[in-house]
Write a protein that binds this ligand. Sequence first.
Ligand SMILES: Cc1cc2nc3c(=O)[nH]c(=O)nc-3n(C[C@H](O)[C@H](O)[C@H](O)COP(=O)(O)OP(=O)(O)OC[C@H]3O[C@@H](n4cnc5c(N)ncnc54)[C@H](O)[C@@H]3O)c2cc1C
Length: 416
Amino acid sequence: MKEFDVIVIGAGPAGLLAAGRAAELGAKVLILEKMRQEGRKLLITGKGRCNITNDAAIGEFVKHVFPNGKFLRGAFSKFFSKDIIELLRQHGVESTLERGGRYFPTSNKSADVLKGLLKWLSKLKVEIRCGHRVEKILVEDGVIKGLRANGQDFFAESVILATGGKSYAATGSNGEGYELAKQLGHSIEHPRPALVPLETKGSVAQKLQGLNLKNVKAVVWINDKKAGEDFGEMIFTHFGLSGPIILTLSRIVVDALQQKFKVEITIDLKPALDEPKLDKRLLRDLNEHGKKNINNIFRSWLPASLVPVFIELLELDPEKECHQVSSNERKQIRNLLKNFRFEISHNRSFKEAIITAGGISTKEISSKTMESKLVKGLYFAGEVIDVDAETGGYNLQIAYSTGWLAGNSSVKEKGE
Ligand SMILES: Cc1cc2nc3c(=O)[nH]c(=O)nc-3n(C[C@H](O)[C@H](O)[C@H](O)COP(=O)(O)OP(=O)(O)OC[C@H]3O[C@@H](n4cnc5c(N)ncnc54)[C@H](O)[C@@H]3O)c2cc1C
């Protein structure tokens, strides 16, 4: 007994796109969402502004995706950034291109993005039932039969699993999708928090809580070897380090911490000056202000809240006059400005991770269709798959593109 052509599990951006595309092709589509409301995570994206997508070309885009951006080329070639921008425009959501190729809704409201997508689905008569938690996917002889939600069976020829990852579980994505896929024999690459803040040893970062640094370079050292770097903005918090460049670097940090490696991050506060140039500048300033005490001169080199911390770390007397600074002390100042070092003790948990790394192995999913290679009629979309990306609108685009392709294949494949 068939009730629906396609049933989508999860009403996040991946599920909404999957459902819409399948319905556009004439399928009778049902979305089951366990929360009381659709798109809970979408609503909090971009601090409530929703960085919809990024305008990078596919070749550049896939460089921001891990562990294997190539897996997404097929999906991106069918439905990409210009397509979501156009789809939203057709449903009343205008977008604005900002710095770094980031698109945001012109209204700056993520709720408008969700509204636009729901308007599209409503026109296509997609049925959405919230408060329905899928407990089991029903399969017979390797072929999809339907699923069970809230103790009730629903039947369909295609099921699309779009349950998201494990981060910000309060939005609904708590990793249940991995269990549903595991029950059907799928392998799960170990889920880890990604784009996540980092905790530091000692109390230096905590003393600087709230300090935001722009135009700095952060370098990750794993077992004393340079493992990555990024340039831009970061912030000190009550537990350690956060902000865009720290989140980007967190991916390699989390993996290294899990392997119990020693992880350090150094911050270069003067990335525009190499060591000899910085030394010249320090020497000039110290000579020019020989009678001033070093407390004053540090203020011209650093944000005010960093000054006492630096003077303490360097074990300098703040009343010392500039002309009394020895060349060895100058070398230590230079070294600290270029290598402000923090040992990383932990990453923060899934609760604070923007995204989940790991998930359903891409080896068992067709990149051409998003169909499972193990179960006929089962498709995957979005963060539940083992792909994740940097910040910049990339992650939502992965959700739309894989969702669209899964929806497209779930209907088209049937006749082929
Ligand atoms: C704070 C924050 C800010 C972010 N900002 C951005 C940004 O600006 N730009 C960007 O590109 N990305 C951003 N992201 C990432 C982006 O939100 C995700 O990549 C995206 O939401 C993934 O979409 P999805 O549809 O795969 O999963 P989700 O959005 O997580 O949706 C999955 C849905 O499935 C439902 N579900 C789960 N299990 C079941 C079940 N058993 N039965 C029924 N339903 C179920 C869940 O309730 C949920 O509604 C942000 C993430 C966070 C946490």
